[in-house]
Write a new protein. Structure first.
Length: 370
C-alpha cells in the first residue's frame, strides 16, 4: 500500500501520520461485524485523542474504555456518554476518578476492580463525594482473569467475589470485564474455539451469580484478535482497540482480520554508511521498541533488513538494489501502534493523499486537568 501524500516534503521527520480514510474503512468493517454501534465499547489506548473519540461518536459509538485517568478525561472531553476505567484504582487515582464525575456531568464513569479492599475504599470515598451521597452509586465491573495472570479474579473464585462485591456501599455492581489478551493464537480456528470455551465459562459464572439474586447485566469482553468471535456470539459488549488504526504486528500475525494499517511514520534517509546500508532518522524514541524482532516495516522497501536500532538512528541493510538516496522520504508501519502514538504530541491526518488535519494526542501524558 502506498502511504505517500501531497506535501509530505514539508513535514519534519519523524512524524506520525494517520490516514483517516483507512481508519474510517476499518471502523465501518468493525461496525458491520458488531451489527452496529450499540455493542461497541472500544479501548482508546491506541490513539489517545479526543478527535478520534469524536470521530467514533459520530458513527454512533457512545461507550469507551481506557486505562488511565487522563484517558478517561479525554473521553469525556470528546463527548463520551460512558467511560470505563478498566484499570485498578489505587492511591490518589481513587480521588481523581471521583472528581471526574464531579467535573464532567455529561459522562458516566465506570470502574473495574479485583480487590475487595480497594473497591471498598472507592465506595467509601464515593459515598462522601457530593452527588454520590444523594444516592448516585458508581457503576463498576468485576475484572476477570481469563488466564493472562495480569489482573482480575480467577474464574473459580469469581462467584463468591461477585456476591461480596455486590454489597459494597457506594458502588453498583453491573457486570464483568474480561480482556482475553492471552488468546493471541495465530490460527483463527483455534482462537475461535478458545473464545467459545472462555465465553461458556464466563456465562456459567454469571448465571450462577444471578441465581443468587445479584444481577450482572453487562459483560465487556475481548480485544482486537478476539473481536470477530465475540461479535458473533452476541453475549457481550465488544472492546477492541487496535483495529481502528491497526498496525503491522496484528496485520502480519492475524491474517483473518480484515483491518488495514492506517498509521505510518514519515521518516528520511540521513546517511549511507556503506554501499548496502542506509540510516533513517527513526530511532526508538520515535517508534515503539517493546516488540522483539522487527519494530516496523518500510512500505517502500519491504525487503530491507534491520541492522541496528538506537535512540536516534535506525540502520537497515538492503542486499538487492541501490540504497535510497539521502533525504529520501520513506514510510514505516509500526509493529505496535499503541505505544508508538504515545511518543508523539500529535498526529498528522491525511485523507485522499492530502494533509487535512492535525490531532493532538491528548492523553499521552498522565494528567490533563484532574
Amino acid at each position: 500500500m502506498d502511504y505517500h501524500f501531497e506535501g509530505e516534503g514539508e513535514l519534519d521527520s519523524p512524524a506520525l501520520v494517520y490516514h483517516e480514510d483507512i481508519i474510517e474503512e476499518n471502523l465501518e468493517k468493525a461496525l458491520a461485524m458488531a451489527g452496529g454501534p450499540d455493542r461497541m465499547w472500544p479501548h482508546v489506548k491506541t490513539f489517545k485523542s479526543a478527535a478520534m473519540v469524536r470521530l467514533l461518536k459520530e458513527r454512533g459509538i457512545r461507550r469507551f474504555k481506557c486505562a488511565t485517568i487522563a484517558e478517561a478525561e479525554m473521553c469525556a472531553q470528546g463527548g463520551a456518554d460512558h467511560v470505563l476505567v478498566s484499570y485498578p484504582l489505587v492511591g490518589p487515582n481513587i480521588g481523581r476518578f471521583i472528581r471526574l464525575g464531579q467535573r464532567y456531568g455529561g459522562s458516566t464513569f465506570w470502574a473495574a476492580g479485583d480487590d475487595l479492599e480497594q473497591l471498598t475504599l472507592l465506595g467509601v470515598k464515593a459515598a462522601k463525594a457530593a452527588g454520590t451521597a444523594a444516592g448516585r452509586a458508581i457503576p463498576f465491573l468485576v475484572d476477570v482473569n481469563p488466564g493472562m495472570n495480569r489482573t482480575g479474579v480467577a474464574p473459580e473464585a469469581l462467584k463468591d467475589f461477585c456476591l461480596r462485591a455486590g454489597k459494597i456501599p457506594g458502588l453498583e455492581l453491573m457486570g464483568l470485564h474480561c480482556y482475553d489478551g492471552n488468546l493471541g493464537i495465530k490460527d483463527s480456528g483455534e482462537r475461535e474455539r478458545a473464545v467459545a470455551e472462555e465465553t461458556k465459562k464466563i456465562l456459567a459464572v454469571r448465571d450462577a451469580v444471578e441465581a443468587q439474586g445479584q444481577r450482572l447485566p453487562v459483560l465487556v469482553m475481548g480485544g482486537t484478535p478476539t473481536f470477530p468471535f465475540h461479535a458473533r456470539n452476541g453475549a457481550a459488549f465488544l472492546s477492541p482497540g487496535t483495529l481502528f488504526v491497526q498496525d503491522h504486528g496484528y496485520d502480519a500475525k492475524y491474517r483473518d482480520l480484515v483491518f488495514s494499517p492506517g498509521a505510518a511514520i514519515l521518516t528520511r534517509v540521513i546517511s549511507r554508511p556503506r554501499h548496502d546500508l542506509f540510516t533513517l532518522d527513526l530511532g526508538y524514541k520515535a517508534i515503539a521498541s517493546d516488540q522483539e524482532g522487527e519494530r516496523g516495516i518500510i512500505t517502500d522497501l519491504p525487503g530491507a533488513q534491520s541492522e541496528t536500532h538506537s535512540e536516534e538512528h535506525w540502520v537497515f541493510r538492503l542486499s538487492a538494489g541501490p540504497c535510497p538516496a539521502i533525504g529520501t522520504i520513506l514510510h514505516v508501519i509500526p509493529t505496535h501502534i499503541c505505544p508508538t502514538t504515545a511518543l508523539y504530541p500529535g498526529v498528522y491526518v491525511v485523507r485522499d493523499r492530502r494533509l487535512v488535519n492535525y490531532w493532538t494526542v491528548d492523553a499521552r501524558n498522565r494528567r490533563i486537568l484532574i
